[in-house]
Design a protein. Sequence first.
Length: 334
Amino acid sequence: MELALPLACFRLVLRAQSSIRFNHYSGSAWRGLFGHALRQTACVTGQRDCSGCMLYRSCVYAAVFETPPPPDTQYMRRYNAAPHPFILTPDPALRLLNPGEETELNLVLIDRAVAQLPYLVHAFTLAGKRGVGAEKGHFELIDIRQETCPGSGEWVSIFDNGSLQPLPPAAPKAPPLPDHIELELTSPLRVKYNNRIMSTRYFVFAGVISNLLRRVSMLSYFHASQPFDTDFRALVIQAQEIVPASNQLKWFDWHRYSSRQQTKIKMSGLVGTITFSGDDLEPFWPLLWTGQWLHAGKGTSMGLGAYRIGDASRRVAGSTRDIGKRMGKAVTSL
């Protein structure tokens, strides 16, 4: 499988100016605040409904948060919006920031979305004045760092006296496949496969692969210059033969309130670790590796469905209990 989806990884360093408190996982609050601030920054007509605006297809906010498919699209013709070109991931343990304390928000932008970075940075600056969390605590943006290449671990500051100097996006490059890999799900993974939500007793490798294939395909089509073309059906059928060597997954129960829909939305999903082994993983390896930056399942833009890959023989991943503790709620079997 050839997979070359360019992306850029940023870290927004934020400093609390007043107390900031989150009742649960903070990703939903950060994403909501970001969206409101970006709309305030980019919108010039003030219309409540973006779809009826004459600037709908040229607006930065619509491109990032509404992402309308082109009129001549070959994909997602029945949908009003394509996948968002950003993934915003906070520290899963973040519940309280005292004045003067700092936190980092990881922001991944897909290919062409990197050109919108100045607008996004301005939106976060504005968001700090609006306030976030249960007490609407204020913060300031003090630095922006970028990973020189996805997965390199080398981060450099690109924020100097208010000016930005981002590096061009690059595609993650998968290392050689180890004998055993361990997927550590660091935020709830909610995936539906064959009309069933995957659980600890119903974990299907093909469900993850099918979701990642669809996600990479859509992101490549709508936000990158190079489409992703492969035999999806054959890969999913092949993935159905893969079974885990060990399963230490737990169910994380959580929901969020949607002010737009005025209802609670279930965001519960799987956390913990699951191990695979064997050369049969080779066809899926580039996809699994890239998925660490893209996430999978529901709520990816707010940091859900995050996972990282470790060499199971070295036991680099944390325990399920540690993940539940970082997320701030007990995990249970399901």
